[in-house]
Design a protein around this ligand. Structure first.
Ligand code: NA7
Length: 548
């Protein structure tokens, strides 16, 4: 471990993380004249697209919706496909750094380990560690913006014996940057969330043998990944003003919205045609462009599930696999776990080199030095295990940093031990001048990364400008306002059918994590109105303190 480097300066703000939120916020603060610097643990920009570089990793929000909207960021940029892969998205991030001239303001390979508030000077003191050399350093700043993402703390279940496995072990969210060779190998993929689906599609093509361990079937929808030529790029640019308007108006920052109609009130013929069109549109239309009651009413939901099921059954040859992948009884209400997109996923299970193991009533009991055992006594010999087992989502990136606010004895992890408390999902009482983007109790998983970055980034930038203009050096959410926001978020999270599924939306995937709505589920427009109502009323819900 290296020696401690001296404090590198007393900045206005430090941004942590170089994904959509971090890069956008760095740009906005720089543009507003602040002395700001960004620290990133990885070796490049892209956030989720830096870390999740497993074969097949790609976004499931189509472009041009999945991009930032200020003119200089898109006019000189062209996409090659409707759902870009991680490598194209990384190039897009490099383009953003270039057009906004952010290169000198970013330090890579630097993981922030702790952040402690100094209530005398109204500043945060950070300690960091170089991920290559172990060199430690410190920095301080008036404000810190945590842009650590909703999925930056990978989760691998505590399978008995996993530490004894002698083969290769990878998690999709910590995939080696140099790639992984599956050729000629017996590969296991555990988990069938969005990452599992994408990885399975590619591993089936490359591995000698692939065993897929599925706990919950994925009601994946057809992606329809069109290629974008010059004409397509010219076309989206011509209509991008309309796209921008839609991003501001819609629930999740897409360019389409739920239908106002009820699935239970339209005729069977109209409904059949409507669903057929949604499915053939590809992407998330069948989820986020469906009838208004599908996510709220059991009957409407069951119908939608059956439409989905009938659309995939003909693609699966083996009747046993059909029942595992698309069971007669829905595993949970359709759409209440994150919907994924697929291209060739269901056909992969028709291949001779692919086995599917259902973990329902048959969990993994042990991993040995060469195999995976399940409760029914089956042993699969494997050379490689790929854990597509998700993340300590939404809060994990924040709680894994030793953050201490006004009370130095309590970390944010301890503060949230029994439940998450924030005001607007961007601030926490007792942790002044600390902002979070794409974090808990904000639209996060129910909004696209770029739309959320702009929504929250603009608010945080305005908040810092307000403080500068009014000689305020400390801003802190009040306990009362924070409690109100928590109650409101939890109330919104109870609406609809979502609570009927076990999912990371509620923290269910992490043993011991409190069950609560981790996201603000009333949609971006409502959220935007609420946060600006506070800002426009001199930051109602916050205590503002002048220069210390
Ligand atoms: P997810 O969506 O959390 O998926 C994790 C998968 O791993 C899911 O299928 C889980 O089954 C499975 N899992 C978790 N724990 C276990 C154990 N103990 N045994 C077997 N299987 C397990 O993570 P992803 O990385 O796929 O996607 C994260 C987000 O990235 C995604 O939602 C998009 O927004 C993009 P379960 O469903 O819990 O039964």
């Amino acid at each position: 471990m290296g020696s401690i480097a001296p404090d590198s300066g007393r900045r206005d703000a430090i941004v942590i993380g170089a994904g959509f939120s971090g890069i956008y916020e760095l740009h906005k603060l720089k543009e507003a004249g602040f002395d700001v610097h960004l620290y990133e643990a990885g070796s490049g920009t892209g956030g989720i697209w830096h870390w999740n570089c497993y074969p097949g990793a790609r976004v499931d929000t189509p472009v041009p919706t999945y991009q930032l909207t200020s003119a200089e960021s898109w006019t000189g940029w062209n996409w090659s496909q409707r759902f870009p892969d991680y490598s194209e998205l990384r190039t897009y991030f490099q383009h953003l750094v270039k057009v906004w001239d952010l290169g000198d303001l970013i330090t890579f390979n630097t993981r922030v380990q702790s952040m402690h508030w100094d209530d005398q000077s109204h500043k945060w003191r950070l300690s960091m560690r170089n991920t290559n050399t172990g060199q430690e350093s410190e920095a301080s700043a008036r404000s810190v913006v945590l842009c650590t993402g909703f999925g930056s703390k990978p989760y691998i279940p505590d399978f008995k014996g996993l530490d004894k496995f002698k083969g290769e072990l990878y998690h999709t969210g910590m995939w080696p940057q140099t790639g992984v060779n599956m050729e000629g190998k017996r590969v296991a993929v555990i988990g069938t969330g969005a990452s599992g689906v994408q990885l399975i599609q590619e591993a089936a093509k490359e591995a000698k043998h692939l065993t897929v361990y599925q706990r919950t079937p994925n009601t994946a929808l057809p992606m329809r990944n069109d290629l974008y030529d010059k004409t397509m790029n010219d076309t989206w640019k011509k209509t991008f003003q309309h796209t921008k308007d839609m991003i501001l108006k819609t629930f999740a920052g897409f360019d389409y919205e739920f239908s106002p109609e009820s699935a239970l009130k339209v005729s069977p013929e109209v409904k059949a045609e409507f669903y057929k069109n949604l499915l053939s549109s590809g992407g998330l239309h069948f989820w986020l462009g469906t009838y208004s009651d599908v996510l709220f009413n059991d009957d409407a939901n069951n119908e939608a599930y059956e439409v989905w099921r009938q659309s995939v059954l003909p693609r699966i040859k083996d009747p046993r696999n059909r029942e595992i992948l698309a069971p007669k009884v829905p595993p949970h209400p359709f759409g209440t776990k994150r919907i994924s997109l697929e291209k060739g996923y269901f056909e992969a299970f028709n291949q001779d080199n692919v086995d599917l193991v259902s973990l329902v009533n048959n969990p993994i009991t042990e991993v040995t030095d060469t195999s995976i055992k399940t409760a029914d006594g089956t042993v699969a010999e494997v050379d490689m295990i790929c854990a597509a087992t998700g993340f300590d989502s939404v809060t994990g990136g924040i709680t894994s940093i030793d953050i201490r606010g006004v009370d130095p004895k309590q970390t944010i992890k301890e503060r949230w031990d029994k439940g998450t408390y924030t005001l607007y999902g961007m601030t926490v009482s007792g942790f002044p001048n600390m902002y979070m983007m794409y974090g808990p109790q904000a639209p996060t998983a129910f909004a696209t990364g770029p739309s959320s970055a702009e929504c929250q980034g603009d608010w945080i930038t305005a908040c810092l400008i307000y403080q500068r203009d009014n000689n305020i050096t400390k801003i802190e959410a009040t306990k009362e306002a924070e409690q109100e926001w928590r109650d409101h978020t939890l109330e919104m999270g109870e609406k609809g059918l979502f609570t009927k599924a076990k999912s990371w939306y509620y923290g269910d995937n992490i043993p011991g994590k409190p069950r609560e709505a981790l996201n603000y589920m009333a949609g971006l427009p409502t959220y935007r109105n609420k946060i600006w109502e506070s800002a426009n009323n001199n930051y109602k819900g916050f205590e503002l303190s002048p220069c210390a």
